[in-house]
Structures are given as structure tokens and as C-alpha cells.
Unconditional design. Sequence first.
Length: 341
Amino acid sequence: MNSLLQNPIRATLASALLAGAMLPATAIAQPAASATQTAAAAAYPTRPVRLVVPFPPGSASDFLGRQLGALLGEGYKQQFVVDNRPGAGGLIGSQLIVSGAPDGHTLGLVGAPHFVGVLMQPKPAYRPIEDVTMISQVATIPNLLTVAPNLPVKSVKELIAYARARPGELNYASLGVGSFAHTAGEIFRSAADIKVVHVPFKSIADVNSELQAGRIHFLIFTAPSSQALIGEGRGRPLAVTTAKRNPAFPDLPTLAEAGLPAATNDAWFGVIAPAALPRPLASRIYADINRVLRSPEAKERFARQGADPTFESTPQSFTEMMKAEYARYARLVKDFGVLPQ
């Protein structure tokens, strides 16, 4: 595994400069890299790297952050410290990322909540696109629709019928307003045409106990967050939200197969850094992440949780994807009626 990142400096810089040609326009507009910046990229990292995860331990972003951090740290021979900063649907962690020094020693692993939370604030604390440097998308992970073990339904169709017969009586859980589980729940509610109540929680442990007790009736959480529930019998999975069945859950139908193609969605995750990260350093980090994702170790670890590594994501394509996702969720937030107050 150590050989993953131990290429000669010249080869690393060559791949970094090639990747740099695909950086966002804001990065391309920067002056040509100085010799100091190039040398700093070659020497990176010079101390432990802080990888901020805006959600609690046990979440999908926490799982990915720890796996990616361990693989990168092993190659760099420098520790990657996962810093869980949950709260406010990811806003607290994202604010910490954008306020960090642009030297590569503060990175963040984020998903759609990075900008969904901002869309719900009357006075956003940061600009989700302009205030960061996009490095690379890392993976997509399926969401699982899971119901409380005592809920008398065994399929998506039965859940919808049960909810329609009891408008406003069923609750679904999330890890905060703007979190993956919240937006996925709203997408499902809208597609199924049901009236249910959103209940945000601060920790997965609280969600687990409330689901097992039957006070929370269903949730749509990412696979790593759901597997403990399922394995311990605290929840019963009904479907995956991806367009195709997931190899990690071959017996679970998709929501499209259950008659709700409009509810299809999955969770994506990527690495970002504070704005103004020097181009050679951004290119170096991107190249090393991409190399790690292609390793057998990463593929095996990700597959156990149903995660699909994203190999083709460049800084440029990740930036364009983020812009498109920002526009998509802006429309969803408006449609859901969850507007800034």
C-alpha cells in the first residue's frame, strides 16, 4: 500500500500539472505557480492533515473520511485526523472548512448538505461554490429506505398505503434540516404524495433508539448509517434509492421498481479545501486521491458499504457537478417550501 503515493517527485508533479489543466476557472485565472508553490506541493504534507467531516461518527461521510484518510495517510506517512463537526445539517462543519488556511492541511469531505443548508439560511455564512476549492468527487453511496421493525408494512407500496390512510401521523428521521436524510425524505414524500412529519436528530444513536421504539416510523439514510440498524434488527429495509440494484444489497428492490422512479437519488461525496489553495497543491492532492481510489484496498473497503468510488472526477468536472447540484437543490428547496426565514 505504501507504494501508492511513493512515486518520484518529478512524476508526481507531472501528474499534478496535468491535473491542474483541469482545475476550475477561478484556479486557472490565478498567476502561474511560483517555484515556492511548486516546492510546497512536492513536500506536502508537512504535518498532520485535518479532514473535517460535517456529520457525526457512524455517518456515511464519516465512514468515507476515515477510509480515505487512512489510505492517504499511509502513503504520505503523515496522519489524517478526521474531525467530526456535526450540527445544523452540515453548516457547522462547512463553515470550519471554508475558514481554514489554504495550505492543504485543512480539507473537508462534503456532500449536498454543504449547500442545501446555505439555501435555507436568510443570511448564509459562506458561499458554497466561491469560498472553496474543489478537489475531487470521491464516491456515491446508496440510500436505504428503512422502516421501524413494528410498522406493519413489508413493501414500499404498503408503506405508502399505510401513510395515506394516516395523513400527518407518520414521522421520518434525519440528522438535521438540509441533511441527506432530510432531502431524501422530502423527495420520497413528494413522489409518494403522502403527508408525513420530518423529525431532525443530532445523533445516529438517538435515531436508532427512536426507530426501534417505533416513535420514528421510517428514514432514508445512507447505507453505512443504515447497516447497523438492519444488522441489529432495529430497522427493516424496504428499498434502495439508486437507479439500479446495489451489489451490496442484491435483494432490495429500487424505488423505481416499487413504482416511484421520481424518488430515485443517491448520496455523493467529495473533497474540498478552502478557497485560494495554490494550483500545484490542489493538483497534487487530486492526483493522490485519484490514485488511492483506484487501489484494491479502497475498492474493497468501499464495496463493503455499498459505496461506488468515483474515478473519473477531475477538479473541473467536480466543480461543474457541484454547480449543477446547487441549482437542482435550489429548485427542490423552493418546491419543498423550506425557504429562508
